[in-house]
Design a binder for this molecule. Structure first.
Ligand SMILES: [Zn+2]
Length: 200
């Protein structure tokens, strides 16, 4: 994935670096204890009947940005030639404090750092006495006024390890803006589980 900084996506582009919609699942109306189901699913065989019973009421949807917002790319680095320099520490503080707002790309692949060695897993890094391990399968959406900056989950790594300096307007957005989560997006609920799903 490579986009020039401040590249403006066409109107209606999904809030994802890919062309496919951002898929969301709402378990809040599920009939049973979904968390327990998933725990058991990892450790044990789970009867299909139980899955069907517990997940009844679960909704699946596709998320888009509210139409008044513009989507811009920042930090999609794949090769040398980007700006380097100092970035206020607050930027890293804010990115790392909002890791629970990273939006999943909905793919199984992981982004690796093309600037390090592309075949290696991403190294851990340290920031203010804490160790971080970023897996890189999603992105942040950061809103400031009517702009939403889409940045890779690997951005803290680019800032710390490669001294990448993002555009000033983005730095302002991180400090003053809002980290969007799925609840801030417009979701078109397309189906309810298990409709369209042959659960037997
Ligand atoms: Zn790297």
């Amino acid at each position: 994935m490579q986009f020039p900084d401040l590249y403006r996506f066409p109107k209606g582009h999904p809030p994802s670096p890919y062309n496919h919609p951002v898929s969301v699942t709402d378990y809040s109306q599920a009939a049973g204890d979904v968390e327990l189901l998933f725990q058991d699913f990892i450790s044990d065989h789970v009867e299909p009947e139980r899955i069907k019973r517990v997940l009844a009421g679960t909704r699946k949807g596709e998320a888009t940005l509210p139409s008044e917002l513009a989507l811009l790319a920042v930090g999609w680095l794949e090769a040398d030639g980007f700006e380097v320099g100092e970035v206020p520490g607050t930027v890293l503080d804010r990115l790392l404090a909002n890791r629970d707002r990273v939006i999943s790309d909905g793919t199984r692949g992981l982004h690796r750092c093309e600037l390090c060695s592309p075949n290696q897993p991403l190294p851990h890094f340290q920031w203010r006495d804490q160790r971080y391990n970023i897996v890189g399968h999603g992105h942040y959406l950061i809103q400031y006024r009517d702009a939403v900056y889409m940045v890779p989950e690997l951005l803290p790594h680019y800032l710390l390890e490669h001294r990448y300096r993002p555009p000033a307007e983005f730095v302002l957005a991180v400090v003053e803006g809002k980290f969007l989560q799925v609840a801030d997006l417009v979701v078109d609920w397309v189906r309810e589980w298990p409709i369209g799903h042959d659960a037997g």
